[in-house]
Design a binder for this molecule. Structure first.
Ligand SMILES: Cc1ncc(COP(=O)(O)O)c(C=O)c1O
Length: 380
């Protein structure tokens, strides 16, 4: 087997074409970003001076010690030494799968998924997809997971809040997943990049590294904090040997993070209460607009507010089908959505006639207005 992914990353290919060309990016998966000057205005005087004085040399592969310490504070039982920084979440997914899996192993992931979650492990070993059930509010059935386990299952990979549905597992289901992994010593790779944007804090899931000795928690500055341009992500895990092997693998990738980005991530994390409050406010306002918008077209869309994240997977009921709808919408109205074909999986059929909509950004109202204007002109 080749260690190179065998399939292009459909979502990223689509984004390369449209993300910066679309007039209305209505499928962004990140919360509103901010200019550098605004982020710097949130810094303490000491952190600001540190940023201005920075030498632009190589940095520590593990990540700046102060940043790792601040990241550790976002967990219940994590210390700085449990954290390894990466160039975004994407590099961390790639490194983790390459280090954890070999050709004779088996991995399990969920479908639909952020494609790296299946394409990277599939380039290494056999992978089983557990479908989230659209008829049951996109729930994960732990019995299906149990039935898919093999003696050589090494990794179970999950992602909640989930891209693209926003699904969050109930405590009971999450506990069942953790216990299944624990009973077989399986690594639980938990992509938690949409954490901290939940419909209500009471449904927020505990991070895998905090509940399971073989839990590997993935997070990043890109989504809830709205700072994807920093390219600062991280893994938090307790196993020091694995952490070291991951660090050694990173030597073949980015080697180390960008120093200025690390300092900016530190500033943002220290100001996280303020940044998250702003972003959650934007999400709340946009969700109210989406309720209103979808309420106008009950025959065209099945809309239900997602549990968390700033994306939702909405069923399109028009006779033309979602592929045609999304194509015409971008070509004629400049509004970008992601049709379900972008989430095609090699593991399972992915429910058709859905599209991903994003609602983390300030420009969302303009996108909704453009979509509404187009629909009213074309569908009534
Ligand atoms: C579930 C999930 N994991 C990982 C990533 C990658 O994040 P980053 O762009 O910060 O590398 C994304 C980005 O969309 C995502 O949706």
């Amino acid at each position: 087997m080749s260690a190179l992914p065998k399939r292009d990353f459909a979502l990223e290919v689509y984004m390369s074409k449209w993300e910066f060309a679309a007039k209305h990016h209505l499928t962004a998966s990140d919360a509103e970003s901010m200019p550098l000057v605004s982020l710097l205005s949130l810094a303490t005087p000491v952190d600001r001076a540190e940023f201005d004085r920075m030498h632009l040399g190589y940095t520590e592969t593990f990540g700046a010690p102060a940043l790792r310490a601040e990241i550790a504070r976002t967990y219940e039982h994590v210390v700085a030494d449990d954290v390894l920084c990466f160039a975004g979440a994407e590099e961390a997914i790639y490194a983790a799968m390459q280090v954890l899996l070999g050709p004779s192993d088996h991995a399990i992931t969920i479908t639909p998924n952020y494609q790296a979650a299946e394409t990277v492990p599939l380039s290494i070993c056999e992978v089983t997809g557990i479908p989230l059930d659209p008829e049951n509010d996109w729930n994960l059935d732990p019995d299906r997971l149990k039935a898919a386990l093999r003696p050589n299952t090494k990794v179970v990979s999950i992602n909640f809040p989930h891209n693209p549905t926003g699904k969050i597992l109930s405590q009971e289901t999450y506990h069942a997943v953790v216990e299944l992994c624990r009973s077989r010593g399986i690594w639980l790779f938990s992509d938690e990049v949409y954490r901290l944007i939940e419909r209500t804090p009471s449904i927020r899931m505990t991070q895998a590294v905090d509940v399971y000795e073989r839990g590997i928690s993935l997070n990043v500055m890109s989504k809830a904090y709205g700072l994807p341009g920093l390219r600062i992500g991280w893994l938090a895990l307790k196993d020091r040997d694995l952490l070291k092997r991951l660090e050694h693998f990173k030597h073949f990738l980015s080697i180390c993070n960008s120093g200025p980005s690390e300092q900016l991530a530190l500033i943002a994390l220290k100001a996280r209460a303020q940044i998250l409050e702003r972003n959650r406010g934007i999400v709340r306002d946009n969700l109210a607009l989406l309720d209103e918008f979808f309420g106008h077209f009950p025959d065209l869309f099945d809309w239900r507010r997602p549990d968390g994240s700033c994306v939702a997977f909405v069923r399109y009921r028009g006779a033309d089908g979602v592929e045609m709808f999304t194509r015409e919408l971008i070509e004629q109205a400049g509004v970008l959505l992601l049709p379900s074909s972008i989430y095609r999986s090699e593991l399972n059929p992915v429910p058709e006639q859905y599209f991903r909509i994003g609602f983390g950004r300030k420009a969302v109202p303009a996108g909704i207005a453009a979509m509404r204007g187009w629909l009213e002109a074309h569908r009534r």
